[in-house]
Write a protein that binds this ligand. Structure first.
Ligand code: FAD
Length: 284
């Protein structure tokens, strides 16, 4: 087991043709057991304490890739982003899963059902990657190429996710629908970020993201965002956002739920998320 980042990067470089990093193992191990992944060497990152942190620096929030979901749940930052992350983490898997599953593992799993991906997309997150030959930084949207595919090189690890601290005139909401409340992969989930203008009268910036898209990673719903920017945050605006959603999203069909069911559910979740943001902004 690597003792520090240098050691982990050496292991990955030496075994790049047949090695994968592993962190909490809550995604990779079940996939290895189901024979969906075959690999000779696992480089265990779980001891890398230097990549386990949540910091605020000059208007930017930085979260180390080895930060666990339980760490997100336990942080008590009383801000727009702090409350959002506590809320998302508190509904993630179960306490056992949260104590080992990591932020980096959630992003690198790049599946259609990960909770943190839509959340970080609406927070306008960037990711930082490291390999022996240097570091790279890019928007999360560029890092995620397709379902189960990222721009990571075989000898590279995700080190950090960062995002600009949302202003006091903003609000966020995460809505998730599952068959039950714990230990469940979402049937569909929606994340929303809204920022009001200086007079708190019109929506200055809107970011909306969904998961469970057919064959894809979670992504932004740009038509919905365009529909509401510049408008008042009223019941009419919320209705037009939900109407605009229409067929923009091709949701997946599987043994858990049909695409048609998800299509209806997502409208309800979007309405709830926007109404939640409206209440948070009015309540300030
Ligand atoms: C019972 C159960 C419930 C679950 N509930 C939820 C839920 O509610 N919401 C949700 O979103 N997910 C859920 N999951 C899925 C899983 O727990 C998450 O995706 C988790 O965040 C994965 O993190 P991990 O550290 O365990 O990743 P791992 O399994 O260790 O790794 C996942 C992938 O990422 C790669 N990887 C990990 N860390 C790095 C890194 N730093 N750099 C480069 N590559 C890396 C690995 O090579 C692997 O391909 C659940 C899983 C189970 C088994």
């Amino acid at each position: 087991m690597p003792l520090d980042l240098d050691d982990a990067l050496n292991h990955l470089e030496e075994n790049a043709s047949d090695a994968l990093p592993i962190a909490g193992a809550t995604d990779l191990l079940p996939r290895i057991k189901r024979k969906q992944v075959s690999v000779r060497n696992l480089v265990d990152l779980s001891g890398l304490q230097e990549l386990r942190y949540i910091k605020q620096e000059g208007g930017t929030v930085r979260i180390g890739a080895l930060t666990t979901i339980a760490d997100l749940e336990a942080q008590r930052n009383d801000s727009v982003w702090g409350r959002l992350l506590t809320d998302v983490a508190g509904r993630f898997g179960s306490p056992n899963i949260r104590s080992v599953a990591t932020v980096g593992g959630n992003i690198c799993a790049a599946s259609s059902s990960e909770d943190l991906i839509p959340v970080f997309l609406v927070l306008d997150a960037k990711v930082k990657t490291i390999r022996r030959t240097g570091t790279r930084e890019m928007p999360l949207q560029e890092f995620l190429v397709a379902k189960r595919k990222t721009t990571l090189h075989p000898d590279e690890i995700l080190a950090e996710v960062s995002f600009p601290e949302p202003s006091a005139r903003s609000a966020c909401s995460f809505q998730k629908l599952g068959m039950r409340n714990i230990l469940i992969i979402a049937l569909v989930s929606v994340a929303v970020f809204l920022e009001m203008d200086e007079k708190d009268s019109k929506i200055k910036c809107a970011r909306v993201a969904f998961n469970r898209l057919r064959g894809k990673i979670p992504q932004r719903a740009e038509n919905v965002e365009k529909e509401i920017v510049g408008k008042e945050l009223s019941g009419q605006t919320i209705k037009s956002a939900v109407d605009r959603l229409g067929d923009e999203l091709a949701l997946t069909s599987d043994f858990r739920a049909s695409a048609q069911y998800r299509q209806e559910a997502v409208k309800v979740l979007l309405r709830r998320a926007l109404t939640d943001c409206q209440q948070k902004i009015l309540g300030k």
